[in-house]
Design a protein around this ligand. Structure first.
Ligand code: CMC
Length: 435
């Protein structure tokens, strides 16, 4: 068979007359990437890409996004099909292991996750050290980091079995830690996991049940939560996933790397947006106030952004937002809350924004977080727990990326370079001589 010639780009420095040959690396779909390894050696320059908007930091086989076409694939499967037909546990298996499980494999995998849902009682006592109004994301990040103290000697990142146990443990225990953070905020007793429930049902039980009366998981709420988990499970090299990869690339304990991911997710430009959207809708209050807030969003001096709009990658629509929007209708209908004023306001805001020149010209569409808060609040999840719910789901993605990175024999520590713009070399001046 005739071998295909390696395509290269030539980059020339016109001043020094030197050039570098940059090989083109092709993926299976999507844009190719220029391998710039030779740039520094041949031309003595770095590339400059603040926010890494144009830089492929790694090869990955997990998730594919086409931001212009509004496409999201997990291991090749369209998010719309997974949202309609799959479940969070099945998606977790798919993301971690690359293929949809057989019925037997799924039962085994779900059983492994169930087996690890309890957390060490000493870990539970950590929560007493937090003030009652500590944000749950702060508590979750801290407690996940401290899991590295419990599983350090038994966690050899180069041992595949240790990696597997880690992946089951963290996915199983994140809901337990999240619910414990919530119960601590309320001053209520911690509720132990119930392994007879499915993943989402167990989350709801640990968040809402109290020891003094029976609690019945609402199947509509559990279905809605499972779907939100599916939609949030992975999103290729986003800020929190890249954080997990960067922290993990140093060989750090993976629980500590996941904790770094939780912290990165918390920011309002990322996962914290779902909480911020609801705060914004409450702040806007009524349709009459929308123009005032749109004007603020356009005013660069105000630093105010319309939360839930815009995305680094999606410049057409966020397919997850389309699914959630439709689900919002269904959930509110089935819960008998069709007159939900926040949903009404969200719909009107979306309608107005989608006709506004500022947002249209910048391709700012509603993102996944725009409607998720409305669903969370309809099923009773308090606002401070929205981003925690996102973290529970995204843990699967973080783990899948960490596993992919660690098992890659070519893994290198993540170490970006910079364009230095500080002072040039100067000599130290004694403190008495400084003017
Ligand atoms: N409201 C008003 N203006 C906006 C918004 C917004 N929500 N988003 C972007 N812009 C403007 C921005 O001011 C800039 O205008 P100009 O070209 O005149 O300077 C232009 O649109 C491009 O914005 P950018 O900041 O260069 O875009 P980015 O890719 O760096 O940021 C983003 C993406 C998601 C951080 C941003 O759109 C944003 O802050 N959105 C609100 C927060 C939000 O909803 N985040 C959730 C993202 S989806 C879930 C997740 O990632 O976890």
């Amino acid at each position: 068979m005739e071998e295909k010639a390696q395509q290269t780009f030539e980059l020339t420095d016109p001043v020094r007359g030197r050039s570098a040959q940059l090989p083109v690396r092709n993926g299976t779909i999507g844009p190719a990437a220029l391998d710039i390894a030779a740039i520094h050696k041949e031309l003595d320059v770095f590339t400059y890409d603040p926010g890494f908007g144009m830089t492929a930091a790694t090869e990955s086989r997990i998730t594919y996004i086409d931001g212009d076409a509004g496409v999201l694939l997990y291991r090749g499967y369209p998010i719309e099909q997974l949202a309609q037909k799959s479940s969070f546990m099945e998606v977790a298996y798919l993301l971690l292991l690359g293929e949809l499980p057989t019925a037997k494999q799924l039962t085994e995998f779900t059983g492994n996750i169930r087996y690890h849902t309890m957390i060490n009682e000493s870990l539970l006592r950590f929560f007493n050290g937090f003030h009652h109004n500590a944000h749950p994301m702060a508590m979750v990040s801290a407690v996940v980091a401290s899991m590295s103290a419990f599983y350090h000697d038994t966690m050899d990142i180069h041992n595949p079995r240790h990696r597997e146990i880690f992946s089951h443990r963290i996915i199983a225990k994140l809901p337990t830690i999240a619910a414990a953070a919530h119960k601590h905020s309320l001053g209520q007793p911690f509720i132990y996991p119930r392994n007879d429930l499915d993943y989402a049902g167990n989350v709801l039980n640990m968040v809402f049940a109290v020891p003094c009366e029976p609690y019945q998981v609402d199947p509509i709420a559990s279905q809605a939560l499972d779907l939100l988990f599916v939609l949030h499970a992975d999103h290729e090299q986003n800020a929190s996933t890249s954080t997990v990869r960067l922290a993990g690339s140093t060989g750090a304990n993976p629980y500590a790397a996941i904790s770094a991911g939780v912290s990165a997710l918390w920011g309002p430009a990322h996962g914290g947006a779902n909480e911020a959207v609801l705060a914004l809708l409450e702040q806007i209050g009524s349709v009459d106030n929308i123009p005032k807030y749109l004007a603020m969003a356009k005013d660069k001096a105000s630093h105010f952004r319309l939360m839930g709009f815009g995305h680094r990658v999606y410049k057409n629509f966020d397919p997850r937002a389309t699914i959630i929007r439709a689900m919002c209708h269904k959930v509110l209908e089935r819960l008998g809350r069709t007159d939900n004023p926040l949903f009404e306001l969200a719909l009107r805001l979306e309608e107005i924004v989608l006709k506004d020149e500022y947002f249209v010209s910048r391709k700012l569409y509603p993102n996944v977080d725009f409607y998720s808060g409305v669903i969370y609040s309809a099923i009773g999840i308090p606002r401070s727990m929205f981003t925690v719910m996102f973290a529970i789901a995204r843990t699967v993605g973080w783990v899948a990326h960490w596993l992919e990175m660690i098992s890659d024999p070519g893994m290198r520590i993540g170490r970006p370079r910079q364009l230095y713009t500080g002072a040039t070399r100067r000599d130290y001046v004694d403190v008495k001589k400084r003017g």
